[in-house]
Structure formats: C-alpha cells, structure tokens
Design a protein around this ligand. Sequence first.
Ligand code: HEC
Length: 264
Amino acid sequence: MLTNFNSSMMQAVQLQQRMKSVARLVLICAFLSTAVHANEGGYEKANNDVSNKASLQRGARNFVNYCSGCHSAKYVRFNRLAVDLDLTDAQVTQNLIFNGGKITDTMTNNMSEADAAAWFGKAPPDLSLIARARGTDYLYAFLKSFYLDPSRPTGMNNTVLASAAMPNVLWELQGIQKAVYEGESSADGKSVEKHFKGFELVTKGKLTPEEYNEFVRDTVNFLDYIGEPKQLERRGLGFRVVGFLLVLFLLAYALKQEYWKDIK
Ligand code: HEC
C-alpha cells in the first residue's frame, strides 16, 4: 500500500519535473524567436503600408518602368492589379503594359534566363515572392545601398548584397554615392580596421534623398503587396473571426450560467 503510494508520488514528481523542463524549453524558444526577429538583419525599417493604394499605384509604375525590363513577376496578373489597386482595365493597359500584352497576362518579360545570365553573370530573379523571401526592410536597404566601386564590372557595388550582379538602375534618380569608411587602429598600432560609416552623395540625382526614399518605399510596398495580394483581406478576416469568437464566448458563457444555476 505504502510502496504503491510512494511510487505514484515519485511518478507525479517526475511528471512535474518533466513539465517544468518542457515549459522552460518553450520559454527559451519564445525568447530566441523574438531575439532573432528583433535582429532581422538590422536594416532601417521600410515602413511601407500595403493598405495605401496611392503608394501601390506609384510602386506598380516604378516597377514596370525600372525593374520589369529585367525582372518578371510571373505570378501576378495585370487584371488582378486593376482590381486591387482601384484602377480601370484601360488605365492598366495604358500605363502598365508596354509590350502589347493583354490585361489577362502575367507580368513576365521577354528576356530569356540564359541571355540574362550571360549578360549579367546571374539571371535576375523573379520578384513575385522576393518580399517574402528577403523581407521589406532588406529590399528597402538593398535599393539604397549601391555605391561606386571601380573594381566591379558595373562600376558599382552594394553594401547589402556584396558583389551584386544587378547594375545600379536607379542611379539617375538617386545620384551616385560612395561608401565612407572610418579607420580604427588596433591596440598595437600596426593594422587598421575599417568600419563602414555611411554613404556620401558624389553626384546629385533627379530626386532629393527624401524623394528617393519615398520612391523606394513605394516600390518595396508594391513588392510586398504582390508577395501576398490577399494580405489585407486576410488580416481583416482575422479581426472579424476573433470578434465573432468573442461574441460566441459571451453567449456560451451566459448559457452555461443558465444551465448550471441550480447545481451547486
Ligand atoms: C538591368 C537589369 C536589372 C534591372 C533593370 C533591375 N534588376 Fe534587380 N537584379 C538584376 C540582377 C542581374 C540580379 C541578380 C543579382 C545577384 O544575385 O547578384 C538582380 C537582383 C535583384 C534582387 C535580389 C537581391 C538578392 O538579395 O538576391 C532584387 C530584390 C532586385 N534585383 C530588385 C530590383 C528592383 C526593385 C528593380 C527596379 C527598381 C530592379 N531590381 C531592376 C538585374 C536587374
């Protein structure tokens, strides 16, 4: 009797300890995931807003004018843009379709991957899902971080994607910048460590730095939107579902009170 009691006590204690270590593990995982999240590359925030239709329209214009020559967005159909961006089919055909394509086409281009790889050394990736693959902050930083580097075939390099095969296609708008480093002598005074300090505009562009930031933000916003065109609807639905569950909870609770009111 007593041994039985003892062994079941032992089991209970063991179970409790196991539960504790599981709880600890869950806590550690939660902490790690927030730590990783907080340090997502440490880029400046893109602060784009996919519910801003005007920004998405500008982003679509930027994309077809400056990116679609090399990059496709083959999972996006033009008529979907018309619906989501509050544009008429005629507006889309006039302003966003250049190669005589139809409104029902996807956003592909005529560059073959083999040609592109031969020209640039690397084929430009399809950008339909790039915002989900890299994150919007990364894209925002990438498009702002081309700098002069005569050692590269394009004459330009990028601090976010070192030795990027992509030419600096936005240089006319942004201007040309150089990377500034500051040297720091090591304790023995022999070697000098270089740290990236920031960019300095060498040639002015057509846009002011603020206007250029907005240009890039709109473009990134568009890439964010095409990565998941339904995201606004999904978030809206989430709130409605949670609201519904709350109301249901109140009703269920009231019903439970009613059923159990005579049972003590
Ligand atoms: C002249 C051709 C060309 C144009 C125009 C161009 N790109 Fe690229 N892009 C490339 C190539 C080539 C690569 C592959 C770079 C690499 O992996 O080194 C690339 C890569 C990228 C990447 C992926 C970077 C990564 O981390 O792998 C992004 C994002 C991108 N381009 C965005 C854009 C946007 C936005 C525009 C329009 C503003 C644009 N590109 C215009 C050629 C181009």
